[in-house]
Design a protein around this ligand. Structure first.
Ligand SMILES: [Zn+2]
Length: 384
């Protein structure tokens, strides 16, 4: 009898482990990265023809967080190589999320909890990632390198401007790696060198909580750059790493603008004057970023643009073009960033249609959908 109870407990434990390691991570992914149910979008022949001439570019995807093989097509989440290709993608910035506090919100988060540790254990990430934010960032850079090895030329992990130029010429998807919040530096400037060697070319300063570099837009203090933050920005810029101030407090944005004329990106955002959300910084600061040569990626989800439909995204883009100038506007989907979007990466032609419907000319649509971001990275990635 006792023996059978023991066997029963073992079977239950095995089922539990199976659920924890194999079923739950995919369920969480499917539940957190959703697409609003819709009929197939109607796309005119003219929009299709225009879209076919555009190599699209996007400044922000969190796909590396999820154990979905990016080489294969999936029914969940927003991106993978086949779907990006269907959507016409030429360039995608992939960002590493490394810590997310419980009860995530746009108003105020503390830094003392972290929901990601459980996800990383459930997804069977290496032991080192359980306790080290640096290891989490470095592991995600490794996933891009791994994708490049397996993609047979269809994907290039880009670290320099010439690599970007030739990837686009070859019709491969170019991937650039960045971190979403610089807490993986773990207070060590030397970790900028280590992540640079792993391929980091975009450094987001904050995510949802205040960190050692300065205040988050959704933290507690709204503080500017710390001494360490200043040193880290200075060092990153000197190495040719692009600074991303998405999620940074307005004080941090002002401090970064004041210390450098290096062009910044706001990789995924909305425009405050268009959608008055606590996720968005003031139009005035957006203008200062654009005037300094910066690039703003317009997001696809409700918290950034208020109306997450193709027409709603187009409206936000038109507002940004009028406020900042067409050459400073790009896409910043936040695909796979635990958001709900109107379409996944394969259906991006719906946005070209919506931009035509909104009255933008072909040249402006090409610029916003891809050419601006490609030009920006060709100008600002290291030359070798
Ligand atoms: Zn984000």
């Amino acid at each position: 009898m006792l023996k059978w109870i023991g066997v029963g407990i073992l079977i239950l434990a095995a089922i539990g482990a199976g659920l924890f390691f194999f079923v739950i991570p995919a369920r969480v992914d499917a539940r957190m990265n959703t697409v609003i149910a819709h009929e197939p979008f109607e796309i005119s022949a003219a929009a299709r023809a225009l879209h076919a001439t555009i190599g699209t570019a996007d400044l922000h995807s969190d796909a590396l967080l999820w154990m979905r093989d990016p080489l294969k097509r999936h029914a969940r989440g927003h991106t993978d190589l086949p779907r990006l290709k269907d959507g016409g993608a030429a360039l995608q910035v992939f960002t590493a999320v490394t810590k997310t506090p419980s009860g995530l919100n746009y108003e105020g988060n503390d830094a003392d909890t972290d929901d990601l540790t459980a996800l990383m254990i459930a997804q069977r990430w290496p032991l080192a990632t359980w306790g080290s934010l640096f290891a989490r960032a470095d592991y995600q850079a490794g996933r891009l390198a791994d994708l490049e090895r397996r993609a047979d030329g269809a994907f290039v992990y880009v670290k320099t401007a010439p690599q970007l130029r030739s990837a686009i010429a070859d019709g491969a998807l170019a991937g650039i790696y960045g971190i979403e919040g610089a807490h993986p530096l773990e207070g060590e400037l030397g970790n900028i060198d280590r992540l640079y060697r792993s391929g980091m070319r975009v450094m987001g300063l904050q995510h949802f909580f205040d960190n050692a570099l300065g205040g988050s837009l959704h933290g507690r203090r709204g503080a500017g750059l710390t001494r360490f933050g200043r040193d880290a920005v200075g060092k990153a810029v000197a190495k040719g790493i692009i600074i991303d101030v998405a999620h940074s407090s307005e004080a941090v944005v002002r401090d970064v603008l004041a210390m450098s004329d290096w062009p910044l990106i706001v990789s995924h955002t909305g425009l405050k004057g268009h959608c008055d959300s606590p996720r968005n910084i003031s139009d005035q600061l957006m203008k200062e970023i654009a005037d300094a040569g910066g690039l703003i990626g317009v997001g696809f989800w409700e918290g950034a643009i208020c109306d997450p439909t193709p027409d709603g995204i187009a409206e936000a883009i038109v507002y940004a073009v009028n406020l900042l100038g067409a050459e400073h506007v790009a896409l910043g989907s936040d695909f796979d960033g635990t958001v709900t979007t109107p379409f996944d990466a394969s259906e991006l032609a719906a946005l070209t249609q919506a931009l035509m419907d909104a009255g933008l000319d072909d040249e402006t649509i090409r610029a916003v959908m891809g050419a601006n971001a490609v030009r920006f990275f060709l100008e600002n990635l290291p030359a070798e």
